[in-house]
Design a protein around this ligand. Sequence first.
Ligand SMILES: Cc1cc2nc3c(=O)[nH]c(=O)nc-3n(C[C@H](O)[C@H](O)[C@H](O)COP(=O)(O)O)c2cc1C
Length: 308
Amino acid sequence: MPWLLRAMFDFKSDRLAQEAFGLKFKNPVGLAAGFDKDGKYIEALSCLGFGFIEVGTVTPKPQGGNPKPRLFRLKKSEALINRMGFNNGGCDALAERLAKVKRGDVILGANIGKNKVTPNDKAVDDYVYCFEKLFPHVDYFVVNVSSPNTPDLRQLQDKEPLTKLLSTIQQLNLEKAVPKPVLLKIAPDLTDGQLKDIVEIVSSTGIAGIIATNTTIVRDGLKESEEEVDEIGAGGLSGAPVRSRSTTVIECIHQESKGSIPVIGVGGIFNSSHAQEKLDAGAQLVQLYTGFIYEGPSSVKKILQGLS
Ligand SMILES: Cc1cc2nc3c(=O)[nH]c(=O)nc-3n(C[C@H](O)[C@H](O)[C@H](O)COP(=O)(O)O)c2cc1C
């Protein structure tokens, strides 16, 4: 019953419309990657007010991800720890599904990654495969090199492999009749030096922007006991504890690039003031995942009401 969902949870306001990387967004609040990895719920999610939905991370071949349990709630800290490990049905299945989807006026992004079994020196092939396969079906792409749950993936954020990866994708993109925005999603755990390098690489390769940030491997500022947190083990931490670091990363990119690189801000957004904080730091758009889990289906509407 999409009409009922829309009546309850959608929020329309012309004042919230945004243009970024040449795309027109009905509002600046999107669903972050990882929630609908296989693009199975786009029609239902698009009734909940999101201006854009990012599917994925998807990999060329289907893969099961890490053994369960792999997702944990840290309620006192308003956080999640996950080590899902890019569980997904593969890029071919996603392309088939997207070809049929009715998504109305919601902007659709595809977040692409590499299979766990693909060594880093062959990683470019995996990203190219996903890019080509999904090109006809989405509005923008995200190159994800920042998940902590695929061994060594984050090494692709280093200068040399990152330049090679982004320039390859962008070259293929520019050969298309109408190229699409390609963004890079980065970790919150990068040093200032690494962030500077990334700003330089994004500018020199000419990709459209940055998504800041993914989950963190740091465990600072948690309200749960150390034993409880240790027992959970490895994974990426999201939600309230990553909020301020992700805002700092956005500010750093904004300053370093003198505002020339569009940014999608993500990390710890639960309400409209958190969203506004990211926009004030220099983000054009925002996304949420953990806040959506904690605050429920009306969270987007409340954020949009607050922003407008
Ligand atoms: C369970 C879970 C799975 C995620 N999977 C992905 C993913 O596949 N690809 C990705 O780029 N980010 C993934 N993320 C990261 C989110 O997209 C987001 O960048 C991060 O959680 C910070 O935002 P938040 O605090 O609003 O959750 C995942 C996050 C969670 C909690």
